[in-house]
Ligand binder design. Structure first.
Ligand SMILES: Cc1cc2nc3c(=O)[nH]c(=O)nc-3n(C[C@H](O)[C@H](O)[C@H](O)COP(=O)(O)O)c2cc1C
Length: 328
């Protein structure tokens, strides 16, 4: 459904053109210092406005509805909301009859019997990720010694991201990109051997970000081409430090104390300015679609902070579980 996590549990809610979007967080420990300014840095990293991103500009001021009192978390559920103030629903009038190729318009309409809010992609919009970012800020406070760094390492297959974005925009087209995330100072022992392995939980959360098409840890797909003698990470000291990090910091589902490293592939934006073919469900025939809404040419530009946020959410939850079962 729309909730994730065991002890630190989040639910995201809202629609792109509804009144508001936000996150409900349950299980956050009491007593964490938290003020509205703490969200600013990460919220700004997600914000649109730079070249290649949508011209929709939302103020994104966090409305703290509950769970924080006198500058500290109370232990009660935290609800943080963001009003939608710059939505323009007009370009979406025909989207129910002529779904955008590659977006969720068709699956949403079919699964929810056309009751879905289709405006701006509704609950399938990238806008829903604001809730992830603020939950990530709180999660980072639960594990303050962990260091997170995610960055866009290529877009449209090029390391020159600006060049790739310019070329796509000039062609009324879109591109995807790859985000690499590294986390240092991760203790040994987070994660479980099987279904709750660190890779499983991270992948579950990462694939929930709209537009994610692949996740690889350490050497990832390249590892399948290597000999074991090259792939195996040789332990070089009593802390478990390894000479290489082809496993990406995880063995047997459990963090091994080395840097956690993985890459996430984002697809090209579905909504493009080019004329595309689609099916008209009202007229029961093929038709052409020319979109006029505001869209990110490369929404991957805005995702490194979202990747960091979901990573922090997963690791904070695993760390709370480790503390709760401290005999292991
Ligand atoms: C921050 C962010 C911004 C996004 N902006 C757009 C956009 O402007 N136009 C669009 O078609 N998709 C955008 N997306 C991607 C869609 O939300 C996503 O492709 C859609 O929900 C279908 O899901 P899928 O690609 O995972 O199948 C964005 C995603 C994120 C994370």
């Amino acid at each position: 459904m729309n909730s994730f996590g065991k002890l630190f549990r989040i639910s995201v809610w809202g629609e792109s053109h509804g009144l508001a979007v936000g996150v409900l967080i349950d299980g956050c420990p009491a007593g964490l210092k938290l003020k509205p300014d703490d969200f600013t840095l990460d919220m700004d990293r997600r914000r649109s406005g730079q070249k290649g991103t949508t011209s929709r500009t939302e103020k994104d001021i966090p409305q703290i509805i509950s769970g924080i009192f006198a500058g500290k978390t109370t232990g009660a559920p935290i609800n943080i909301s963001f009003y939608n103030e710059d939505a323009n629903s007009k370009p979406y009038t025909d989207i129910q009859s002529t779904p955008r190729p590659g977006h969720a318009d068709f699956t949403a309409k079919t699964k929810f019997d056309s009751f879905n809010d289709y405006r701006g992609g509704g609950h399938f919009s990238g806008r829903i990720t604001v809730g992830l970012v603020v939950a990530g800020v709180i999660a980072k406070k639960i594990i303050p010694t962990f260091n997170f760094k995610a960055s866009l390492i290529e877009a449209g297959g090029l390391s020159s991201i600006e060049q790739a974005v310019d070329a796509a925009a000039a062609d009324k087209n879109s591109i995807g990109g790859i985000v690499e995330c590294k986390v240092t100072n991760v203790p040994i022992g987070l994660g479980e051997p099987f279904f709750d392995s660190t890779e499983s939980l991270l992948s579950h959360a990462l694939f929930s970000i709209p537009g994610v098409k692949a996740v690889e840890f350490g050497a990832g797909f390249e590892g399948a081409k290597m000999y074991g003698s090259n792939f195996n990470d040789c332990i070089i000291d009593s802390t478990g430090k390894t000479k290489t990090n082809n496993a990406g910091g995880i063995n047997g589902g459990i963090t091994n104390g080395n840097e956690l490293v993985f890459r996430v592939a984002f697809r090209p934006t579905a909504s493009i300015g080019k004329v595309q073919n689609t099916f008209n469900f009202d007229k029961q025939k093929m038709t052409q679609l020319e979109l006029s809404g505001r869209h990110d040419t490369c929404f991957a530009l805005r995702t490194p902070v979202i990747v960091e946020a979901v990573t922090a959410i997963v690791l904070a939850d695993l760390n709370l579980q480790k503390q709760a079962f401290s005999t292991r």
